[in-house]
Ligand binder design. Structure first.
Ligand code: DMJ
Length: 486
């Protein structure tokens, strides 16, 4: 269904690096601390990369994948210490989530036999007609995004059909909402919805996946549903142009009054506003991003003990509420840089690097007045190296490759198990206390960001890419005609 409500140049292609032209390249980073050209860490964007490190990363990805294959193939997630499996969405109804999440990573790493195995499982087993409540946000960023990225890699129509099928099962969460902002869960068999007070990341992190599906199917209802949800959020901003964190989607009222910036549970909403511009040329979303981001910079950003952080404030008054910071916010360094404020992005990244120098694996939460851990676990988080990846390709500054490698070594030294990788229950102990779960996003994010910093493959267009919040390559995959798995 066509609609005139969307921008006519919506799907004009615009290379990311061209969109970033205003940044002025790496020159703004002259003051960046850290070795300018540490051994093995030069600006190799146009050269061979660092094949040795790329091979190390790929070997570790395979180690994690082998653990999943050994204990849990076809289940959602592996528990690598006990050898058990975890159903992520609905108990007793696995959908092979780790396989779906891994598709485009397997492709860019050239692991074609493994990709073929995963595709065999999907074509033979994946069926979304499940009488169970699925989390809308997680299903979109992980499942829709994963199938779309898989399709963009191998161009098999079965993946696109599955992506459309699962999205059509998700759509009641938008259609049944009086405001158009989605409910938290939807039953994939009946379309019944529940959960009327989702946080903003869950309301506003869907336009990238829905937009790509619109591009591929010609059906604008997906893009329009996502855009309406974003508009509803934007229209509820305070007079300071700040946001709360959760909205009742039936009444349209705010549930709370705290703006904690790029911390969860708002985080990826900003990523999707900017992404709608970067991926589809939607200038209205870009304007919304700038207005909201500028207000955060004005009211939330502060320098504390020489580091830069986002404090928590009342979104109507700007009054200070807290000085905590979630590891999940660290991705914002690359986004604020991509949006045009490279100095702030670089400073925020440096602040998180201070924490990484202290804890080789970042704790989930810190008090930034002391840099101490307030939440001591780490759920195998990718956000810091997500920022490294994007900042490296934006600037070519070797500091980002060097610190990405530092992140990798911390992860390998502490989160590796005999049969894979795992979350950490406590990063403040020596040795760190391991948990027993490999989150499916580990196959989509951490290793992919690392690999694509150091590897050079014809399957990835490093000058023109855009990845979703779940690390799905929604632009930049190049089918090279050599994959013959199916
Ligand atoms: C991922 O599922 C996505 O990056 C999401 O946006 C929030 N963070 C997790 C991984 O930490």
């Amino acid at each position: 269904m066509k609609s005139s409500s969307i921008n006519t140049n919506l799907f004009g292609r615009r290379p990311l690096l061209q969109a970033l032209g205003a940044l002025g390249g790496g020159a703004l980073l002259g003051g960046m601390p850290g070795p300018a050209h540490a051994a093995g860490f030069a600006d190799t964007r146009r050269g061979p990369g660092n094949p040795g490190i790329a091979d190390e990363v790929r070997a570790e990805f395979l180690h994690a994948w082998d653990g999943y294959k050994k204990y849990s193939f076809g289940h959602d997630e592996v528990m690598p210490l006990s050898g058990k499996s975890n159903d992520f969405f609905v108990a007793g109804h696995p959908i092979g989530l780790s396989i779906i999440e891994a598709l485009d990573t397997l492709y860019v790493m050239g692991l074609d036999d493994e990709l073929g195995l995963g595709l065999d499982w999907i074509y033979g087993n994946l069926n979304f007609n499940i009488d169970g409540d699925f989390h809308v946000f997680e299903a979109i960023i992980r499942v829709v995004g994963g199938l779309l990225a898989g399709y963009l890699a191998v161009r098999d129509e079965r993946l696109l059909r599955l992506a459309k099928d699962v999205t059509d099962r998700i759509m009641p969460a938008f259609a049944k909402s009086p405001t158009g902002m989605p409910y938290t869960t939807v039953n994939f068999a009946t379309g019944a919805v529940s959960g009327a007070e989702p946080p903003l990341a869950e309301i506003g992190s869907n336009i990238l996946e829905f937009g790509v599906l619109t591009q591929l199917t010609g059906d604008y209802s997906y893009y329009n549903a996502a855009k309406r949800a974003l508009r509803e959020v934007f229209n509820r901003r305070s007079s300071l142009d700040l946001l709360g964190t959760s909205i009742n989607v039936e009444t349209g009222e705010w549930v709370d009054s705290a703006d904690n910036g790029p911390n969860p549970p708002t985080d990826s909403l900003y990523e999707y506003l900017y992404g709608a511009f970067a991926l589809f040329g939607d200038r209205e979303c870009l304007d919304w991003y700038h207005l909201l981001n500028d207000a955060m910079t004005k009211y939330l950003v502060e320098t504390y003990n020489g580091n830069v952080w986002y404090k928590e404030v009342d979104f109507r008054t700007g009054a200070l509420l807290g000085r905590g910071q979630s590891e999940l916010a660290s991705f914002y360094a690359e986004l604020v840089a991509a949006g045009g404020d490279l100095n702030l992005g670089a400073a925020y990244y440096r602040s998180w690097t201070q924490v990484l120098n202290q804890y080789p694996v970042l704790p989930e939460g810190i008090d930034y007045t002391t840099l101490t851990a307030t939440s001591k676990s780490n759920q195998f988080r990718p956000e810091y190296v997500n920022a490294s990846f994007n900042l490296y390709w934006q600037t070519g500054n070797p500091f980002y490759a060097q610190t990405a490698y530092q992140y990798f070594v911390g992860m390998r030294d502490n989160a590796r198990t005999p049969d894979g990788y795992t979350i950490l229950d406590d990063v403040t102990t020596t040795p760190m206390k391991q948990g027993d779960l490999f989150p499916a996003y580990g196959f989509a994010e951490n290793f992919k960001y690392l690999y694509l910093i150091f590897a050079r493959t014809p399957r990835f267009e490093s000058g023109d890419f855009y990845l979703s919040t779940e690390g799905k390559i929604l632009r930049g995959l190049r089918p090279d005609g050599t994959f013959s798995g199916q």
